[in-house]
Design a protein around this ligand. Structure first.
Ligand code: SAH
Ligand code: SF4
Length: 334
């Protein structure tokens, strides 16, 4: 959806139109302007041309049933993936992509292998949530949470992410506390977010307890090493008073041994730090940790008083799980 075009089209209209139109898109969740019964016919026709509401999405549902994936085709033909997670307690989380591909090339991540094709516009992020909102409307329920954890690095597309979040807050009524951003550690983004005065949840993809291993797995660590990243997180916590979640993927034989856990515990001994252990969704490169290693790893952290949560993967059968998001969109050859 091109919201900039929408506002341009409404510029000569009476003021109350903006509210009316927003109510139709985000409240009634219309998928076509013909459904906006309170708008004049001529305006509907112009809007159909300037800001079509159709979202070209193909729906894949997982046999495990908790995860569904949509493959969305953008106006320029590129494709992105977005995921809906249904939780047992009735919440529905949409996992939003922020870029087509990702330039950061983490070794364990399928999206990283694609490279960056382009940033998404804020309207394209909102569309991912709207796509599932329209679907859930038919089931009489709604999207309750949004995580910016799909394809791409949110803080390399900062302005569009924040703009999208404002719409999710104000128009789709998804509170900031229900929204999380995950970053691989782009420090300027962490600093900017600290100044936003938004009650968002921040997650840091850590995945290694020292610079040597982290730089091997995540090339971004060479520019933003732990010695700079963790002080930036501390400054964020001082400013916002909010807890920060450190995501740690458990990869067999790579970062899941007792010495890694002990090293991680030393880094994480701070108030408002939480560790989230994530099961690795296998790609060509690595395997998931053995369950005995996961258990030992968790115990070592807990013995040191670290708050640890665990995320199990879902949607592996449709490649909807974290880090498995990759589309066939290819870089255009010049
Ligand atoms: N670029 C951001 C957000 C998108 S990645 C970031 O890196 O934080 C979302 C999450 O999925 C990150 O924590 C990422 O490290 C994790 N991830 C990547 N590959 C994965 C895999 N194969 N299995 C499970 N999680 C993975
Ligand atoms: Fe990019 Fe995140 Fe994947 Fe790393 S893990 S390549 S930052 S999407």
């Amino acid at each position: 959806m091109n919201l900039d075009n929408l506002y341009k089209t409404l510029a000569n209209q009476p003021k109350y139109r903006v509210q009316q139109v927003k109510e139709a898109i985000f409240g009634k969740l219309i998928a076509d302007w013909s459904e906006a019964s309170n708008l004049p016919k001529e305006l509907k026709e112009t809007l159909n041309k300037e800001c079509p509401l159709e979202i070209k999405g193909k729906f894949f549902s997982s046999e495990e049933t908790e995860a569904s994936k949509a493959l969305i085709t953008l106006s320029d033909g590129l494709q992105i993936e977005t995921v809906l997670l249904a939780h047992k307690d009735g919440r529905f989380t949409v996992c939003v992509s922020t870029q087509v591909g990702c330039p950061l090339g983490c070794k364990f991540c399928a999206t990283g292998k694609m490279g960056l094709l382009r940033n998404l516009e804020y309207g394209e992020m909102i569309d991912q949530v709207l796509f599932f909102s329209r679907y859930l409307k038919d089931e009489n329920t709604r999207v309750s949470n949004v995580v910016f954890m799909g394809m791409g690095e949110p803080f390399l597309n900062y302005d569009n992410v924040i703009k999208a979040i404002k719409y999710l807050n104000e128009d789709l009524k998804i509170g900031a506390r229900k929204i999380s951003i995950s970053t691989s550690g782009v420090i300027p983004g962490i600093k900017r977010l600290a100044d936003e005065d938004l009650q968002l949840n921040l997650a840091i993809s850590l995945h290694a307890p020292n610079d040597k291993l982290r730089s091997e797995l995540m090339p971004i660590n060479k520019g933003f090493p732990l010695t700079k990243l963790l002080p930036a997180v501390d400054a964020y916590i001082r400013k916002t008073g909010r807890q920060v979640m450190f995501e740690y993927l458990l990869i067999r034989g790579v970062n899941d041994q007792p010495q890694h856990a002990a090293e991680l515990a030393e880094l994480m001994k701070k108030p408002l730090y939480i560790v989230n252990l994530i099961s690795y969704n296998p790609t060509d490169a690595f395997k998931a940790s053995r369950s005995i290693d996961v258990r030992k790893f968790k115990e070592i952290l807990e013995r040191q008083g670290i708050v640890v949560t665990q995320r199990y993967s879902f949607g592996q059968d449709i490649n909807a799980a974290c880090g498995q998001l990759a589309t066939k969109s290819k870089k255009a050859k010049n």
